[in-house]
Design a protein around this ligand. Structure first.
Ligand code: NAP
Length: 213
C-alpha cells in the first residue's frame, strides 16, 4: 500500500522504515526539502534498498492511500492545514501524545481534533510505546509479541491499520471507537509518568486470567 507520512522525525523513521521493508511504498515529509530527502535516503538504506520517497506535506497527503501524522504538537495545526483536502475520507493514523508534564488536557483530546481538521478516517495507534520499540524487528517481550490497541470508527481504515500492525510483527487489539482515543492518550501520559519515575509500568496490570472478567 502507499503510505504518506506527515513527519520525518523519529516516529516517521521507525515505522516508515519497517513498512518499506515489508514492501509498502512510503513517502515522508518535513519542513525542509533537503533535510527530508537526506532522511528518506537514510531510511532507504536501512530498509535494504526499498526506496523511501521525500516530499512536502501536501505531496505526502496526496501520495498516501493511508497517511500517518507524526509531527510535534507545536506544528500539528499548520501541518494539517498544509496537507490540505487530500486527507479527507482516507485512513489517517494518529500517533500523537501531549507533550511535557501537564501537557495532557482530557477536555481536548488530539484524535477528534485531527478528524475535525481533516475529515479523515482517523485511527489512533502506536502512541503507547517509545520510538525505539517501533524499530525492533519484531517488538517481542518475554516471547510475547507487542499488542497494539487501535481506536477508530471506519471499518476499512481499521482493517488497513490492523494490517500495518501485523507487518511489524505485532498483534492489533480492538480499542473501540475514536471517542475512546482520549483514553489511549491519557494512558500514554500516565504510563510515561510511571516510566520517568523509574517504575515498571508493565507490572501494574494483571494477566487476563486475573482481570476479573
Ligand atoms: N518519540 C517517541 O518515542 C514517540 C512515541 C509515541 C508517540 N510519539 C508522538 O509522535 C509524534 C512525532 O514524534 P517524533 O518523536 O517523531 O518527533 P520528532 O522526531 O521530533 O519529529 C517531529 C516532526 O515534526 C515536524 N514538525 C512540524 N512542525 C513542527 C514544529 N513547529 N516544531 C517541531 N517539529 C515540527 C518535524 O519537521 P522537520 O522534519 O521539518 O523537523 C519532524 O518531522 C508526536 O506527536 C509524539 O507525541 C512519539
Amino acid at each position: 500500500m502507499r503510505i504518506g507520512i506527515l513527519g520525518a522525525g523519529g516516529m516517521a523513521d521507525a515505522l516508515g522504515t519497517q513498512w518499506a521493508r515489508a514492501g509498502h511504498e512510503v513517502m515522508i515529509s518535513g519542513r525542509d526539502a533537503a533535510t527530508t530527502a537526506h532522511r528518506a535516503a537514510r531510511m532507504t538504506e536501512t530498509a535494504r534498498g526499498a526506496a523511501v520517497r521525500a516530499g512536502n506535506w501536501a505531496e505526502a497527503a496526496e501520495f498516501g492511500e493511508v497517511t500517518m501524522v507524526a509531527v510535534r504538537q507545536a506544528g500539528l495545526g499548520d501541518v494539517l492545514r498544509a496537507a490540505g483536502a487530500a486527507l479527507r475520507g482516507k485512513p489517517l493514523i494518529d500517533v500523537a501524545n501531549a507533550e511535557g508534564p501537564g501537557g495532557h488536557d482530557p477536555a481536548r483530546p488530539i484524535a477528534p481534533m485531527i478528524r475535525e481538521h481533516t475529515g479523515a478516517h482517523v485511527v489512533k495507534a502506536f502512541n503507547l510505546c517509545h520510538v525505539d520499540v517501533w524499530r525492533m524487528t519484531p517488538p517481542v517481550f518475554d516471547g510475547r509479541p507487542l499488542a497494539v490497541p487501535l481506536c477508530g470508527d471506519d471499518p476499512a481504515a481499521l482493517a488497513a491499520v490492523r494490517a500495518l500492525v501485523t507487518d511489524l510483527g505485532c498483534t492489533p487489539v480492538d480499542g473501540g471507537g475514536l471517542e475512546r482515543a482520549a483514553l489511549l492518550e491519557a494512558t500514554a501520559t500516565f504510563m510515561i509518568g510511571l516510566w520517568f519515575g523509574g517504575a515498571d509500568a508493565q507490572a501494574v496490570l494483571p494477566p487476563l486470567s486475573h482481570a476479573g472478567v
